[in-house]
Design a protein around this ligand. Structure first.
Ligand SMILES: [Zn+2]
Length: 125
């Protein structure tokens, strides 16, 4: 993946599996993923390919659950909104079906679910 500092990144999770309406992938191929059980390696890879400034990742998903979980982990750690697109067999098109938004607590820097004022880390409201 080769991107400038976009605030919204639109990409595929793993390339070379299905035709996706994107030309950038977090992993260009399944071979690039390496050991799917090595979560640290997966998260480090995401760290490496993502631009420094990113607010939202819109990702097309076609399996590879360990990669998706690593991406959820990465988005949580970095306070980045994650929207996943998956194939809808009825509409025969990719539709957004999960959106995870994480807010950063202004007091302790911890993550919390979007729109929730109570911080589970420091207790501030
Ligand atoms: Zn807090």
């Amino acid at each position: 993946m080769n991107m400038d500092e976009y605030k919204t990144v639109k990409c595929g999770l793993v390339g070379g599996r299905h035709a996706l309406p994107v030309d950038q992938y977090i992993w260009d191929s399944a071979e690039m993923v390496g050991d799917p059980m090595n979560r640290r390696q997966l998260v480090n890879h995401i760290d490496f390919v993502m631009p420094k400034v990113v607010e939202t990742i819109e990702v097309y998903v076609t399996g590879m659950t360990p990669c998706l979980l690593a991406l959820v982990n990465w988005c949580w750690t970095n306070g980045v909104t994650l929207v996943t697109y998956q194939w809808n067999m009825v509409k025969e098109e990719y539709v957004p079906n999960v959106e995870m938004r994480f807010d950063v607590c202004p007091f302790c820097g911890g993550r919390r679910d979007h729109g929730v004022w109570y911080c589970p880390h420091c207790g501030s409201t």
